[in-house]
Ligand binder design. Structure first.
Ligand SMILES: [Zn+2]
Length: 237
């Protein structure tokens, strides 16, 4: 009898899932919004995967995040499929390119953030913004791999190896304490007043935040703890 109820329930759930949504999930269309029923029908495990860099993904990266002088072998990078709750609380498809050594950490962290309904506005490859960090941050896009130097220096960033990730960068900007410069420029309203009793209801990363706790548990360092700059969006290994 129990099995009968269960199969009836499953049939009911699947009846709310359109074939279009399942196709979106199979093709993994970044930033597409899907229903929870579709996720259930497709399976949560299929929505959190670590894959090699396919030819299609590699060609998206060429000359953008994967620049001509890139010294990081393609084989050390991974493509992640993750789900996230967007700012409206809807389920959205995300994609991340990162180093293989942090791939399972990120998969676990993003799965826990999703299950806790933690809001992340957008997770797409920085190549959608021609690997221009300011443009990606302005759009509040969460991203990891980008073969680039640290802002304002000639030193290679941890992002160059895919060993760092920036989360909700608009709400968690990069603040230069010496000159007050804020990156992205539209992140200025979020540069200060980053306590729990805030007026602006957005997911701020601070030491009591779930995102912070998960990254620290997984052995990452947080840019918000640095002294000369505050890189609130940044976690690295
Ligand atoms: Zn960063």
């Amino acid at each position: 009898m129990k099995i009968l109820y269960l199969s009836l329930l499953l049939t009911l759930l699947c009846s709310f899932t359109t074939p279009d949504e399942l196709a979106t999930l199979r093709q993994w269309t970044p930033a597409a919004i899907v229903s929870d029923q579709a996720v259930h029908a497709y399976s949560l495990d299929s929505c959190f995967q670590i894959l090699p860099i396919s030819d299609a993904i590699f060609s998206r990266m060429q000359g953008k995040s994967y620049k001509q002088n890139c010294t990081v072998p393609r084989t050390t990078l991974r493509y992640l499929r993750v789900l996230h709750r967007n700012i409206d609380g809807k389920t959205q498809l995300g994609e991340i390119v990162c180093n293989q050594t942090i791939a399972s950490d990120l998969l676990d962290i993003f799965r826990q953030l999703y299950q806790a309904n933690y809001k992340v506005e957008r997770i797409t490859l920085i190549d959608n913004y021609d690997a221009d960090d300011e443009r990606s941050m302005t759009a509040n896009n969460t991203s990891s791999f980008n073969f680039r130097v640290v802002s304002g220096t000639t030193k290679l960033s941890k992002h160059a190896q895919g060993l760092a990730i920036d989360i909700n960068p608009l709400y968690n900007p990069y603040v230069h304490l010496n000159n007050g410069k804020v990156e992205p420029a539209n992140g200025k309203p979020y540069a200060n007043n980053r306590t729990a009793n805030r007026q602006i209801p957005v997911p701020f990363i601070n030491t009591s935040d779930l995102c912070y706790r998960l990254f620290i548990q997984h052995g990452f360092r947080w840019g918000g703890a640095w002294r000369t700059v505050k890189d609130y969006q940044h976690f690295e290994k």
